[in-house]
Design a protein around this ligand. Structure first.
Ligand code: BGC
Length: 740
């Protein structure tokens, strides 16, 4: 081949980065926003020295990636989430971004409450609102959403995720990510994979079979990659099948990258790394935290005692691993490439950092209020106890440790500090109207916050005061639950029971007033056996963010009609959970022996009656289901099935129904769950109004993960479509056949 002067020169350019370095950076193609992202990434990579590339693999601070002044590579500025932007004070004070004053942002409901809304558009708007606040604060990445499955009710972080069902968690996660990325903010879907307990979260080794991973613990991550094109994934602390998630090729390179086609970067959880070469080679790209913040934190004895690992992907260690032949330069290039790709996608090289915007705008507050309202699940309502209001009642006693304190979220890295928060008591006062007298009594202090009830006598007096108030009132609202100190990242709940004294308070109030309504503020099911039969109404309010009080008031007094449905099964008692006896494991090992039978799949399998089933929630109106049509009756492999039905509001007030579609595989060569959620619609209807609802079922709705074939398989034969108002209130059934 004859080399022209030009081609010789361009060869030189490719093979000699120093020549490019000599070029004026402002002329460089990577600086040109008009060029395709991939071209810019490759151009920039070519200009980077091995040292500069290696430097990209670890953070520069607690929440910052490495900048590069020579090439003008900006810093990714992260913020914790996902239910709003985390306050940078308190336990997170080591954040470089730590302002002298706390960062006050909108507190949205906990993920579990967002899951209970079953409202994808609302979750998208939440993601968008959070991203807008991230930008206004001069950051460009939010560490969320959390899509880990609620395997068992004691997990301290159940409140952060979207519940027990992989399909629902996938829908919610995708919506959140779309909202965030739509604002050019980088999300980080977390924690990959199977972070389902806090107990020994850094050391626990989970044995999980391949089918269970694919059917239960992976789908939300897969959807994040394939449907939302997520820019970043955070790995989990725990080990899966013997290997830490940060150095697990099966999880990272094989599944995430090769199988699902992930193009973004994997970020470590804070302190989840234990090696250099193995970690990078497995497909982990950015280690956090980094720099001085990491060294100071890691030097603390408690950091290491907890089992954290850090400081493995520093420039020096990465370069040394390459020099020693333990790590290929291509793996380092790939990590740098992925980080840069996301930075270009998010416009970090092009836009001037937009900070100083307004945070907690009226629109953001409106999303928080809508979300708090839609998250509430009406669990019990006998004899029309709810809604309350005049002339039925003229006085109401608001009682309990979560009545006059706004418990906006659970504890840990997701805890948001809002500018204001509406308590249940405030909300009730606002909504009850002038004709209803509202009284308040604490009844019992929140465990861990015992002020005023140090002695048994003081405790009795507190309770008596509440009982007395309840006796004098037409109705009593007892607001109970957990606090961020008792339900949190970092540890699990010791049991499903309400904290000390709360069951007794409910029983005492219920004995004094037959119109006792219990409102539960908690991120996971609580045991209700002692009192559920003695109260006419129970409301699950989760941690509802800063607007929770308004939402509670609106629902209790009927200004809003409840529409939330449970994203987790509520067991009668902890031993009924499919994970009971298999958690927390022994000798730092836990076997997920229940396999795919998590949540309602497990309750169905073992025929255990839950207290309230997955997908359950009441309304102040009634909905009729009819007209199920499934076409075609016989579907060819790979083709879609159309399902339609009608839902009608047959009651007297407007309301939303969440119609659920479950698939039942009539005959299968492997054991399959009795039913699996494969579709849902939230339908708003006026009284008397009817709407046609349609669903499309494809291969993925009919398949199981075949370990023999190592892929998703839909076996020919009969399938049933079950349409329900909950997983145990199936109203319509129909069938079709999948042809050979
Ligand atoms: C949590 C992550 C969080 C990170 C940074 C970790 O302990 O598991 O969810 O984003 O800290 O604060």
């Amino acid at each position: 081949m004859k080399l022209t002067r030009l081609s010789f020169l361009s060869m030189l350019l490719v093979s000699a980065p120093d020549i490019l370095v000599a070029q004026k950076p402002e002329d460089a193609p990577y600086k040109n926003p008009k060029l395709p992202g991939e071209q810019r990434v490759e151009d920039l990579l070519r200009r980077m020295t091995p040292r500069e590339k290696a430097e990209m693999l670890s953070g520069s601070g607690w929440m910052e990636s490495q900048p590069n002044a020579r090439l003008g590579i900006p810093t990714i500025r992260m913020a914790d989430g996902p239910m709003g932007v985390r306050n940078w004070r308190g336990s997170s004070a080591i954040t470089n971004a730590a302002a002298t004053s706390p960062v006050l942002t909108t507190a949205f409901p906990a993920g579990i409450g967002m899951g209970a809304s079953w409202d994808e558009e609302l979750v998208r708007r939440e993601g968008q609102a959070v991203a807008q606040e991230v930008k206004a604060l001069g950051r460009n990445m939010i560490l969320g959403p959390t899509v880990n499955i609620s395997r068992q009710p004691l997990w301290g972080r159940n409140f952060e995720g979207y519940g027990e069902d992989p399909y629902l968690a996938a829908r919610m996660g995708v919506a959140y990510i779309k909202g965030v990325q739509g604002e050019n903010v980088i999300p980080s879907v977390k924690h990959f994979a199977a972070n389902n307990q806090e107990f020994e979260r850094h050391r626990i080794d989970e044995t999980i079979d391949v089918r269970t991973l694919h059917e239960i613990y992976f789908p939300a991550f897969r959807a994040a990659v394939q449907e939302a094109g997520v820019w970043s994934v955070m790995n989990a602390y725990n080990k899966v099948n013997g290997l830490w998630c940060a150095e697990n090729p099966m999880l990272l390179s094989e599944t995430l990258q090769k199988r699902w086609g992930f193009k973004g970067f994997v970020i470590s959880d804070w302190g989840s790394t234990y090696s250099t070469a193995k970690t990078v080679a497995a497909g982990m790209h950015l280690e956090m935290p980094g720099g001085e913040a990491m060294r100071t934190w890691f030097a603390k004895p408690e950091t290491q005692k907890d089992g954290n690992g850090a400081g493995w992907l520093t420039r020096e260690k990465v370069l040394a691993a390459v020099a020693a032949g333990q790590l290929k330069q291509e793996a380092v290039d790939d990590a740098a490439r992925r980080i840069l790709r996301v930075m270009f996608s998010a416009g970090l090289f092009d836009a001037t950092p937009a900070s100083g915007g307004e945070v907690d705008t009226p629109e953001q507050r409106a999303v928080a209020r809508r979300a708090a309202t839609e998250s509430i699940v009406l669990l019990k309502n006998e004899g029309g106890a709810l809604p309350l209001g005049a002339p039925k009642i003229r006085s109401v006693a608001v009682i309990g440790p979560s009545a006059a304190v706004a418990r906006t979220g659970g504890g840990g890295s997701s805890l948001v500090r809002p500018k204001y928060a509406v308590t249940a008591l405030d909300g009730v006062k606002e909504t009850a109207g002038s004709e209803v007298r509202v009284g308040y009594a604490l009844g019992v202090a929140m465990q861990g916050d015992e002020a005023g009830q140090e002695t048994p006598r003081a405790r009795v007096m507190l309770r008596n005061e509440a009982v007395e108030l309840a006796r004098k009132s037409d109705a009593a609202i007892v607001v109970v639950g957990y606090s961020y100190k008792l339900e949190s990242e970092g540890f699990d709940r010791p049991s499903m029971d309400l904290p000390a004294g709360q069951d007794e308070l409910i029983e005492a109030v219920a004995a004094a007033n037959k119109n006792t309504i219990v409102v539960i503020v908690a991120g996971a099911p609580v045991t209700m056996t002692k009192w559920i039969g003695r109260v006419p109404a129970v409301v699950q309010a989760w941690y509802g963010g800063q607007e929770a009080g308004h939402a509670i008031g609106d629902i209790l007094f009927g200004a809003q009609n409840p529409s939330g449905k449970l994203p987790v099964t509520f067991p009668k008692q902890w031993p009924d959970s499919p994970a009971f006896g298999r958690y927390p494991g022994e000798n730092l090992h836990t076997a997920y022996a229940e396999g795919i039978y998590v949540g309602y799949r497990g309750f169905d399998k073992r025929n255990v009656e839950p207290l309230f089933p997955f997908g359950y929630g009441l309304s102040y109106t009634k909905f009729d289901y009819s007209g199920l049509k499934i076409t075609p009756a016989k579907v060819a492999a790979g083709k879609q099935v159309q399902v339609t039905m009608q839902v009608r509001n047959s009651g007297s007030r407007a309301g939303a129904e969440i119609v659920q579609l479950y698939v039942h595989d009539v005959k299968s060569s492997v054991d399959r769950p009795l039913k699996e959620l494969k579709g849902f619609r939230r339908v708003m209807l006026n009284p008397g109004e009817a709407r046609s609802v349609s669903f499309t079922l494809d291969h993925s709705a009919l398949s199981f993960y075949s370990t023999a074939k190592d892929e998703w398989v839909a076996e020919p034969g009969a399938f049933e479509v079950w349409i329900g108002a909950s997983s145990r209130d199936i109203r319509l059934k129909g069938a079709f056949e999948l042809a050979q």
